[in-house]
Design a protein around this ligand. Structure first.
Ligand code: ADP
Ligand code: MG
Length: 790
């Protein structure tokens, strides 16, 4: 058992503006325990809290400042947890902080760069790498992905459901067994045998989550997401199985509503916007207080699911994410205070070992029988009657299966009944004798047959030989045809899918560079086909709507896409992907070259060796007196080549993971784009219906796609706090909506343009810029008009 308090870490998100410095500092005390000091600016110190403190100090295990990268976070926070999970303990890492403070960035990763991948993909990579290394155990890995929104659980990985809203996803409910163990009904577990498969599941869940989100539910900030890796391990032949779970949790935004007291003064007590975080806090408080017998886990789904992670059998780690800007000071202090409480909770992690019940039953049945037999011998129990017909038949059956059983360890279990034992011996003897006589007779009849047979005629032999030759030729032709077909298919694939397969086919296992090429590449193909298939169906499913688009709509989509901010990211990633592909291709070629060189060197060494042996024989020497210098040189060349091969192979493998990740990022970005287009399109379609005739109504079209977030009124509670991402997904080429409030003055812009009802066109006030804007809008409208009604 390992006793450990929950580990707390802090991560400070990089601030956009430099003048935010001076708000906090990170120091270490004499025991090298780091602490974060948050300094209240003068203007805030008066109103924020009544006691007018000017700075607050919080201790953490470690504090990661703005410049800490994702690799550092993984190495210091997640790797130790992953290691204990591999050893058989449960682990949990949860990120806690206000919206926009970097929880998702830390847990899952950024949406753009490969280097920004977060704890989940890195942990998957690490775990699978370790599993591959450890051949002493049999491991099985399963993945589940749960989202909790408004006290309802949703399975993000159910493949049977097309999610277009959160309610479409299967609802997960909690069941509790008599031992108070929690079971999640309807949460699907998916086996992942490789890192790639697990990564696909992560992206599938994230994409489902994104599609299901509506501006109304704001799921990404108000829900909790729990990505769980279930790992079980067993030593070959053993009945004991170890189970460990690793929960990686992205909690809902922890922002609170500050209660305003009489006279508008802020009171210190603040309430969570998210009710389940309120219950989480209650659980934490209860756990951190000594002698509390009742812990209110059952109050919310999230605390029930994470019961073991909080004050139970688990090694738990919390990451407090902080966005230390002036306007976030109060939230940051709340986050740190929460972390200090969490740090008081002690967990007791135990190894979760379990006996496989099937193996156990077999073992017990055997034991019972043995005991019964022993008892019969000891008590000298007599069985006077003869064995019944049925018993005899049963014994003979046992003997037959005993003889057929290939296992040398198998036993003929008849118990301690001497009558049965005797019968078995008799029967075996009979069988043996029968076989002997039968053997003799068959042998003699075979001899007779052969003797009696006339020798085959010369012509018949020739005929048979010719047929054999023909069949051989046929087979060769067919094999050649097959090869050509395969090559054609590969070339076609190569052309259409940007080299991706070509680079994969060039791989085989690193430990076996000279191994038979065909078998290794065949197995790679099978695996690729499955993962590729998986990914493409995901994308097809998500972008399925696109195929049904009319031509006009498709073109509108093209324009939408071009003007969308994310298209820059997609294009950038495409560029990187291209580079990676060509690097991988070159590497693949080099690997192939190295492989054939290794083959040649081996051949040369064998030849040389044979020559030397032949020389030795001719000179009558058992061993050559001096070592053969040429052979040694060849051997060192071979070793060198093998090393080169291995280095290149490792690089290629890393590239493969990177390529896969980038492709998934791009797929996700594409689905997001599609979703935003659909929303925009639907809105325009409604506008058209309201304002027929069609052509007139076009002037009411919003000139640019709007983000879902901008279409509904943001909660006043969240404004100033959750608007960090606002405008992020607006089209970059749009000069109007860039970093500007959208609901500014509405104005009639031009005689030819009717006044806009929702005023999506803010003006700058600068007449030159405004006329540019007008020209721009006009141009866009005419394009849209053309495109939409073609
Ligand atoms: P949360 O999940 O807490 O609401 P996000 O993880 O979505 O916050 O972060 C908000 C924004 O800040 C995102 O655009 C994200 O990419 C960016 N971000 C967060 N943390 C970092 C970081 N450490 N480095 C760079 N960008 C970050
Ligand atoms: Mg988030």
């Amino acid at each position: 058992m390992v006793k450990q308090t929950i580990q707390i870490f802090a991560r400070v998100k990089p601030t956009a503006r430099k003048q935010q410095q001076g708000i906090y500092s990170i120091d270490e005390d004499e025991k090298l325990i780091p602490s974060l000091e948050i300094i209240l600016p003068r203007d805030l110190a008066d109103g924020f809290v009544n006691n007018k403190r000017e700075s607050y100090k919080f201790k953490f295990q470690r504090i990661f400042d703005q410049d800490a990268n994702q690799e550092t976070i993984f190495e210091n926070i997640a790797k130790p947890v992953a290691e204990s999970v591999l050893a058989g303990y449960n682990g949990t890492i949860f990120a806690y902080g206000q919206t926009g403070s970097g929880k998702t960035f830390t847990i899952t990763g950024g949406a753009e760069r490969y280097s920004d991948r977060g704890i989940i993909p890195r942990t998957l990579s690490y775990i699978f790498e370790q599993l591959q290394k450890d051949t002493s155990k049999i491991y099985t890995t399963h993945i589940s992905y749960l989202e909790i929104y408004n006290e309802c659980g949703y399975d993000l990985l159910d493949p049977r459901h097309e999610a277009s809203s959160l309610e479409d996803l299967p609802k997960v409910t909690i069941l509790e067994d008599p031992d108070q163990n929690i079971h999640l009904k309807n949460l699907s577990l998916h086996q992942a045998t490789t890192e790639e498969e697990a990564l696909n599941l992560l992206f599938l869940g994230d994409t489902n989550r994104m599609i299901a989100e509506t501006p109304m539910n704001q799921a990404s900030t108000r829900s909790h997401c729990i990505f769980t890796i279930h790992l079980s391990s067993k030593e070959p032949g053993s009945a004991t199985v170890r189970h460990a779970k690793l929960h990686l949790v992205d909690l809902a935004g922890s922002e609170r509503v500050a209660k305003t007291g009489v006279g508008g003064q802020l009171l210190t007590e603040a309430k969570y916007i998210n009710l389940s975080l309120h219950y989480l806090e209650q659980v934490i408080i209860a756990l951190s207080e000594k002698h509390r017998s009742h812990i209110p886990y059952r109050n919310s789904m999230m605390t029930s699911v994470l019961r073991d992670s909080l004050g139970g059998n688990c090694m738990t780690t919390m990451i407090a994410t902080l966005s230390l800007e002036k306007r976030n000071i109060d939230e940051s202090i709340s986050t740190c205070r929460f972390a200090q409480r969490v740090a008081l909770i002690k967990n007791e992690a135990v190894l979760n070992e379990e006996i496989d019940p099937r193996l156990m039953i077999i073992r017990l049945q055997k034991e019972i029988q043995e005991l019964k037999d022993e008892l019969a011998i000891v008590t000298g129990e007599q069985r006077p009657e003869a064995l019944t017909e049925a018993e005899l038949l049963q014994l003979e059956k046992l003997i037959t299966s005993f003889l057929e059983d290939q296992d040398p360890e198998s036993r003929l279990e008849v118990g301690a009944d001497m009558r049965k034992i005797h019968h078995c011996f008799h029967h075996l003897k009979k069988l043996l004798n029968d076989k002997k006589t039968q053997g003799k007779s068959t042998v003699s009849s075979e001899i007779k047959d052969q003797d009696g047979q006339e020798p085959l005629k010369e012509e018949e032999y020739k005929k048979l030989r010719d047929i054999l030759q023909q069949r051989d030729n046929e087979i060769n032709i067919l094999v050649n045809m097959l090869k050509k077909e395969k090559k054609k298919a590969q070339d076609a694939l190569h052309l259409s899918s940007v080299d991706r397969n070509e680079f994969r086919h060039s791989q085989s296992s690193p430990g076996n560079p000279e191994g038979p090429r065909t078998s290794s590449s065949a197995s790679t193909q099978v695996q690729d086909a499955s993962t590729f298939g998986y990914r493409s169906t995901l994308l097809q499913r998500k972008t399925g709507m696109r195929e049904e688009m009319s031509l006009g709509r498709q073109e509108a989509f093209e324009i939408f896409k071009r003007d969308h901010a994310d298209s820059v990211t997609i294009a950038d990633n495409k560029q990187i992907l291209k580079q990676r592909f060509s690097e991988a291709k070159a590497l693949g070629e080099n690997i192939n070259e190295a492989r054939s060189k290794i083959g040649r060197l081996k051949e040369e060494i064998t030849q040389r060796h044979l020559q030397q042996v032949a020389l030795g024989i001719s000179e009558n020497m058992a061993e050559p007196l001096v070592p053969d210098l040429l052979e040694e040189k060849l051997r060192s060349q071979l070793e060198e080549e093998k090393r080169r091969y291995k280095t290149m192979f490792i690089r290629l493998k890393a590239l493969k993971v990177e390529i896969e990740h980038l492709q998934l990022l791009m797929d996700k970005a594409k689905v997001k784009l599609q979703k935003e287009f659909e929303a925009w399109w639907a809105e325009e379609a409604t506008n058209l219906q309201v304002n027929s005739p069609a052509v007139k109504s076009l002037s009411h079209m919003k000139p640019f796609p709007q983000t879902p977030g901008s279409q509904h009124q943001r909660s006043p509670l969240l404004s100033n706090k959750s608007d960090m991402n606002a405008g992020k997904i607006l089209p970059s080429s749009c000069p109007i909506l860039h970093s500007q409030e959208q609901n500014r003055t509405s104005a009639s812009l031009d005689d030819s343009l009717p006044a806009r009802p929702t005023s999506s066109i803010p003006l700058t006030g600068d007449s030159q810029t405004d006329s540019d804007i007008l020209a721009f809008i006009k141009a866009r409208q005419s394009i849209l008009q053309k495109k939409c009604f073609q």
